[in-house]
Unconditional design. Structure first.
Lengths: 168, 619, 103
């Protein structure tokens, strides 16, 4: 019950603020709304039992990414930017596409609720334990996804090296 | 009560790291911290370290060693644990580390007071305290390796502290690279042990804990043949050789003397180089299984002692002499460990650490980085400390007597040891006679306090270490001192021989590293050039290549090029047709792409639903 | 934490966030706003991954790991995108994407 009490307001906040992000006229306001969305997404991760992900989400998307974006906004001259939303044919195209996808996915959901026999969908793991999840995550990192992990570290290194080398 | 110290030792070890991070982040955000506050924080760390490690030592003497660990990484049945393992050895080492670093930090606060990078310097000192503490309390080989790398890094940072000076930054890089050799060897050894344990261990988890290192050693010994085991031990021991500046790799210690003088005292003569001795003692259960390795350790240590003493005699620079002397004395310690006399090694380590610190600090009192050999002057405390180093008085004398006692089964080692003691007296008294006493300059009170505390500890050590009988070592050292005085009086009339030059170059080992290996590289390039010349001069080969090139050219012209042209024509045609869809706006493309994807998705979904409906549903 | 909401609510939330991000990418003119929208899409994907990681018993929390990888990838992507944006901004002096059509 508590989960529902937390989930629905958080979901509402996410939706409202993500829409605000896109439609607000000033870029700084959209950045602030975006921070709210990222933080709320962290709360959603917490509800899903992924506490580690929640922490990472809060630190990276809640702090680091907004700071980077704020730096970028500071570089640019925002005073002259007035009309930040496109009008015309493109808007109709995208809204049509979005509605199409949304309707089809909702339809899929509606039929999938009836298809409970699909084996991977079961109830949530009720005996969640932070340490068990953490063990599973580290096991995954160092056994099945070891190569991916190494590749990602190389990627991060390459980005750091490349950006610092080119930023003259 | 003393339980408290043991339980909370970990906070004392972590405290310097926090101070380092505080300084680092503070400088990053350009926060001005007053120098006094910074010094106070740092000194608090080391002072608490002295208190806690002393308390822990008392507690351990009463109630035995203690271990707290937590799991850092767990992969199936392989555990990397971090934690604190305090036994007698590590408590004594910690006490030595914190005492020396406390007084050296006090000394540095006046020595480096005009240094613009004061903050960075103290940050590094704190990082060093943390790294060395981490190494000393490590419960297993992994944590030792972490600390090992960290101290190497701090050493590199401090050697190249004045990095605008190209000489010093080159020296830092050189010392670091030589250190990497040992680190790599050590890591390879650890990985070999992990592999063997992983394959053959019967226990649930593979941890490489020191508490069950006897079992690990026996498993490793049982599952390797003699040759492999020797190689494994040699790999681990190579790490020790490099870190402790033993024979083939002792040159990095010379480069390390480019660091500020207090750093030389702290890192490069008293504590960090002693990490090698520490690791040898920790690995002793493994090393004792092979007799050849023990003999090798003793021979290497004694040879280094002799060799580096010989080099030290012919040096003129005070710091170089002290560096060679450090290598020589560490050689003695390692030989003592190889001989099985761990107590003597630890005692001599402590005594030598204090003596060397006192020597370096008193050198730094009257000289700075820019003093050349002609302007060097020595304060009286240097001469007092050199009496101790030569083995004429104080704790140094007692230690030399203990060494003489230890080597009593072996006449050869005894004679070699006496030679070393003789030469030790010669080089240190040669310095004392060569450079004049400092006059007129009054050093800062904080510098004096540090030096005299060290001298006091050395003097007190005379009573703590029993065994002085004025035996052979005393008289050889005495003779050495006399020789040194005679040499320095006669030095103006004598000409320098060839041997002196060779010795003063350190038998060209340093040159070997920098020059001979480079010339090997040049020779390989020469050979490659010759092969190339041979091929280009051979007529048959050349005509063959020409024919091949002709055929390949024709193939390229009529087959590959045609294919490429076909592709190009096709692409041109396609692009001309598709050009009309372009609006040069990426967002439009995305919108149309999403629309198309949505249509496809919906179509698939509807088909799927239709199929399911026609089949009469699932389940 | 006991989950009595069920998988679909999370998935629909992820879907809505993703579509909002998609709209943002297509209809906004400011480059930084487009970047924020891309991050929305990544976050939505992460929510989906985490949901599946929780609800699919035979996957042993692999979804959580994927989500972590995605966060790292997103950070990298943002850094590079901002770098490119800055490099272009030095020439054009505008953050309106319609001025960059000739790239």
């Amino acid at each position: 019950m508590t989960t529902a009490l937390i989930f629905y307001p958080t979901a509402l906040i996410i939706i409202i603020f993500s829409v605000l992000t896109i439609f607000s006229k000033k870029i700084v306001y959209s950045l602030i709304s975006a921070i709210v969305v990222f933080m709320a997404a962290g709360l959603i991760f917490y509800l899903l039992g992924a506490e580690y992900n929640a922490v990472i989400q809060l630190t990276i998307y809640g702090l680091a990414v907004p700071i980077l974006l704020a730096m970028a906004i500071m570089f640019t001259d925002v005073r002259n930017e007035k009309n930040t939303i496109v009008t015309g044919a493109r808007k109709f195209v995208i809204i049509t596409a979005v509605l199409l996808i949304a309707m089809s996915v909702v339809y899929l959901t509606a039929i999938a609720i009836n298809l409970t026999a699909i084996p991977i969908f079961s109830d949530a793991n009720t005996n969640l334990n932070s340490f068990r999840i953490f063990d599973a995550i580290t096991d995954g990192f160092f056994t099945s996804y070891l190569i991916a992990f190494e590749l990602f570290s190389i990627l991060l290194l390459a980005v750091v090296a490349g950006v610092s080398d080119n930023a003259k | 009560m003393s339980e408290f110290f043991t339980d909370n030792l970990i906070w004392v070890i972590l405290y310097p790291l926090w101070v380092f991070l505080l300084i680092g982040t503070g400088r990053l955000f350009a926060v001005r911290m007053s120098k006094k506050l910074l010094t106070l924080i740092t000194l608090t760390g080391s002072g608490l370290g002295i208190l806690f490690s002393g308390g822990a030592l008392i507690n351990i003497l009463q109630s035995g060693s203690k271990e707290f660990v937590f799991t850092f990484i767990k992969i199936q049945n392989f555990l990397i644990q971090l934690g604190v393992n305090i036994d007698k050895l590590s408590a004594v080492y910690l006490l030595l580390l914190f005492t020396i670093s406390f007084f050296i930090q006090l000394y540095s606060s006046s020595y480096m007071s005009r240094e613009p990078k004061y903050y960075r310097y103290f940050g590094y000192l704190n990082l060093f305290n943390f790294a060395m503490g981490l190494l000393l309390v490590s419960p297993n080989l992994f944590q030792i390796y972490i600390g090992w790398e960290l101290v190497g890094l701090v050493s590199y940072l401090l050697i190249g502290f004045q990095y605008t000076n190209p000489l010093k930054s080159t020296a830092a890089v050189k010392a670091f690279i030589i250190n990497r050799i040992g680190d790599t060897a050590l890591l390879t050894g650890i990985l070999c042990i992990i592999y063997i344990m992983w394959t053959y261990s019967v226990s649930e988890f593979v941890t490489l804990d020191f508490s069950d290192f006897n079992i690990i050693s026996s498993i490793v010994y049982a599952h390797t043949n003699n040759f492999t085991f020797t190689i494994l031990c040699l790999l681990l021991f190579t790490g020790v050789i490099v870190k402790s500046a033993q024979f083939p790799f002792h040159t990095w210690l010379q480069e390390a003397m480019k660091a500020p003088t207090p750093v030389s005292a702290l890192i490069h003569s008293a504590t960090m180089v002693a990490a090698g001795v520490f690791l040898t003692i920790r690995l002793l259960p493994l090393l004792t299984l092979s007799k050849e390795i023990l003999i090798f350790i003793v021979i290497l240590g004694m040879f280094t002692a002799l060799f580096c003493s010989l080099c030290a005699i012919c040096q003129n620079n005070v710091k170089s002499v002290l560096a060679y002397s450090t290598s020589a004395n560490l050689g003695l310690m390692i030989a003592a460990v190889g001989f099985g006399n761990i107590d003597l090694a630890v005692i001599y380590l402590i005594v030598h650490g204090f003596i060397k610190a006192a020597l370096f600090l008193s050198y730094g009192m009257t000289n700075n980085e820019y003093t050349d050999d002609t302007g060097t002057t020595l304060p009286p405390s240097f001469i007092i400390a050199s009496f101790a180093l030569a083995g004429l008085a104080f704790a140094g004398l007692n230690c030399k007597e203990l060494f003489f006692e230890t080597f009593k089964q072996n006449t050869f080692l005894r004679i070699e040891f006496l030679l070393t003691a003789f030469m030790c007296a010669v080089y240190i008294f040669k310095l004392c006679c060569k450079y004049p006493l400092a006059k007129g300059k009054r050093p800062h009170a904080r510098e004096q306090i540090s030096v005299w505390v060290f001298l006091l500890i050395i003097t007190a050590g005379t009573f703590a270490v029993y065994g002085s009988q004025l035996g052979f070592p005393f008289w050889t050292a005495f003779a050495g001192a006399l020789t040194a005085i005679i040499i320095s009086i006669k030095a103006k009339e004598c000409k320098e021989g060839k041997i002196t030059q060779i010795c003063s170059e350190g038998f060209f080992i340093d040159k070997f590293y920098s020059r001979y290996i480079y010339s090997c590289y040049g020779k390989i390039t020469d050979i490659a050039n010759k092969i190339e010349l041979y091929i280009s001069n051979n007529k048959f080969l050349v005509s063959f290549v020409k024919a091949a090139v002709f055929i390949a050219g024709n193939i390229e012209k009529y087959i590959l090029d045609a294919a490429v042209n076909l592709c190009a024509i096709c692409t041109k045609f396609a692009s001309r047709e598709l050009e009309h869809a372009q609006t040069r706006n990426i967002q439009t493309y995305i919108a149309y792409g999403v629309l198309i994807a949505g249509i496809i998705f919906t179509a698939i979904l509807l088909t799927y639903a239709l199929v399911i409906n026609s089949l009469g549903g699932i389940g | 934490m006991l989950n009595n909401i069920g998988i679909y609510h999370y998935l629909v939330l992820g879907l809505i966030l993703f579509l909002t991000g998609l709209c943002g990418v297509v209809i906004s003119k400011n480059i930084i706003k487009i970047l924020i929208s891309i991050e929305f899409m990544l976050t939505a994907v992460n929510i989906n991954f985490t949901t599946f990681g929780l609800y699919c018993k035979n996957l042993a929390f692999d979804g959580y790991i994927f989500a972590l990888f995605y966060i790292a990838a997103g950070a990298v992507e943002l850094a590079i995108a901002l770098y490119i944006f800055y490099a272009m901004y030095r020439e054009k002096q505008t953050s309106n994407i319609e001025d960059y059509g000739d790239v």
